[in-house]
Design a protein around this ligand. Structure first.
Ligand code: NAI
Ligand code: X15
Length: 355
C-alpha cells in the first residue's frame, strides 16, 4: 500500500486526491489547505484528513472551527510520496521542504523541468520515474500532445509536428483570469513551452508549438499538423488512435460540436465534476494529404493530468510496469469513453441506456 499526501487542494489537487483515494493499492493519508475556504468542506465530505499547508496559519483554521490533523511536516512524515498541487511556481519553493523530510515528490507542469529528476507521461516516459526522488507530470497541453505523438511516431514515424494551441483563458472557478474580449498570442514568440516540454517526454520527435489564449474556460483546443514518415490512409490513423486508452475519438454521429457539448456528454456519462481524462480527437477532422496528417483535439485542462499523477506515484513507489499501472488506473477511474454511440452502454458508468 503506497501512502500518499496531496499538498494543495485546488483544481488539480482535489482531483488527484479523489483519484488516489480510488486506487486499491494506495492510501490517501491527507490533503493540505493553505486557508480554510470552501475547499475544506469538499475534503471533509470525502473524509480526507486535513493538514495546514503553511504552519503559521493554523490559527485561521481554528478560528473557522476547522479541525486539523496536523501541518504539512506531519503529513510529509506519514507518507511515501507527496503530490505537490500548489500554484505554479510554489512547487519549486516547496521542494526543499520535501527534501528535508526525505519525502519523494510529484510536481505539476506549472513548474520548470529542472524542479525534478524526471518529467513524466505514462505513454512516453514511465520508466524515467522509476525510483526517482522527484518527478514532474508535464502540463495538461504537453500531456495531451505526448499521448498523441507517441503512437503516431511509433507506428508511422513523425518527421515534424506543428501544433497551434488555443488555450483556455482560465479555469471556470478563476474569476480573475482572462482575456475576456480578445484572442491573445501567449506567448507571442515561438515555440511556446509546450514543444520543448514534449521533448522532455519524446526527445526524438521534432515538434514546433505556437500558443494563444482565448476567452473560454472549458477546454484547450489544438490544431495539429504532423508530417509523417509514411503516408497512411486516414482509416489507419483513426484505428491507431481508437486503440489508445487515453484518447477518445469524438464520433461524428454524436453531434458534439465543441467543448460545451463535450463537457455535457461527460456529465451525462456520470463523470465526476464532468471530467474528461482523455484527449478528445474530433474523428471527422482526421485528414491525410500525402504525408501530412491534420486533426483537431480538445483537452480538458482540469482533468487529463489526473491519471498521469496516479501512474507517476506507481512508477516511483512500486514495481508495476507502465502497462499494469495504466490498466489499473484506467479501470479504477473509468478512463476510456466508447466512440460507438447507441450500443446501449454508457462507458464505465454502470448506467445503461434504460437508466
Ligand atoms: N488548472 C489547470 O488547468 C492545470 C494546472 N496544472 C498545474 O497544476 C498546479 C496546480 O494548479 P491548480 O490546481 O490549477 O492551482 P489552484 O490555484 O487551483 O490550486 C492550488 C492550491 O494550492 C493552494 N496553495 C497556495 N499556496 C500553497 C502552498 N504554499 N502550499 C500548498 N498549497 C498552497 C491554494 O490555496 C490552492 O488551493 C500548477 O503547477 C499548474 O500549472 C497542470 C495542468 C492543468
Ligand atoms: O498546464 C496548463 O496549461 P499549459 O500546458 O498551457 O501550461 C494548465 O492549463 C494551466 O495553465 P495556466 O498556467 O494557464 O493556468
Amino acid at each position: 500500500m503506497t501512502r500518499v499526501g496531496v499538498n494543495g487542494y485546488g483544481t488539480i489537487g482535489k482531483r488527484v486526491s479523489d483519484a488516489v483515494a480510488a486506487q486499491p493499492d494506495m492510501e490517501l493519508v491527507g490533503v493540505t489547505k493553505a486557508s480554510p475556504d470552501y475547499g475544506v468542506e469538499a475534503a471533509a465530505r470525502r473524509g480526507y484528513d486535513l493538514y495546514a499547508a503553511v504552519e503559521d496559519r493554523t490559527d485561521e483554521f481554528a478560528a473557522a472551527g476547522v479541525d486539523l490533523a496536523g501541518t504539512l511536516g506531519d503529513l510529509l512524515d506519514a507518507v511515501d510520496v507527496v503530490v505537490d498541487c500548489a500554484p505554479s511556481g510554489v512547487g519549486e519553493r516547496n521542494a526543499p521542504v520535501y527534501e528535508a523530510h526525505d519525502t519523494p515528490a510529484v510536481f505539476q507542469g506549472g513548474e520548470d523541468a529542472a524542479v525534478a529528476d524526471a518529467s513524466f507521461n505514462a505513454r512516453g516516459r514511465f520508466e524515467a520515474a522509476r525510483d526517482a526522488e522527484t518527478v514532474r507530470v508535464v502540463s495538461c497541453n504537453t500531456t495531451a500532445l505526448s499521448r498523441l505523438l507517441a503512437p503516431l511516431d511509433e507506428t508511422f514515424g513523425v518527421e515534424k509536428a506543428r501544433v497551434t494551441l488555443v488555450r483556455r483563458g482560465g479555469d471556470p472557478s478563476e474569476t480573475d483570469r482572462g482575456p475576456i474580449n480578445d484572442i491573445v498570442p501567449d506567448p507571442a514568440t515561438v515555440p511556446s513551452h509546450h514543444g520543448p516540454d514534449v521533448n522532455e517526454i519524446l526527445p526524438d520527435v521534432a515538434v514546433d508549438t505556437a500558443a494563444l489564449k482565448a476567452p473560454v474556460t472549458g477546454m484547450h483546443t489544438h490544431s495539429v499538423n504532423v508530417t509523417l514518415e509514411t503516408d497512411p490512409d486516414p482509416e489507419a490513423v483513426r484505428d491507431l488512435l481508437a486503440d489508445e486508452g487515453r484518447i477518445f475519438l469524438v464520433p461524428e454521429a454524436a453531434g458534439i460540436d465543441g467543448a460545451g457539448a463535450l463537457k455535457e456528454y461527460a456529465a451525462d456519462a456520470g463523470r465526476p465534476r464532468g471530467d474528461l481524462w482523455e484527449n478528445c480527437v474530433w474523428e471527422e477532422s482526421i485528414s491525410v494529404t500525402g504525408q501530412d496528417l491534420y486533426l483537431f483535439q480538445n483537452v480538458h485542462q482540469e482533468a487529463d493530468v489526473v491519471p498521469e499523477n496516479v501512474d507517476a506515484i506507481r512508477a516511483m513507489a512500486t514495481d508495476a510496469d507502465a502497462a499494469e499501472s495504466v490498466a489499473r488506473t484506467n479501470e479504477t477511474l473509468g478512463v476510456g469513453l466508447d466512440s460507438r454511440l447507441g450500443n446501449g452502454e454508457l462507458a464505465h458508468t454502470g448506467l445503461t441506456a434504460d437508466d
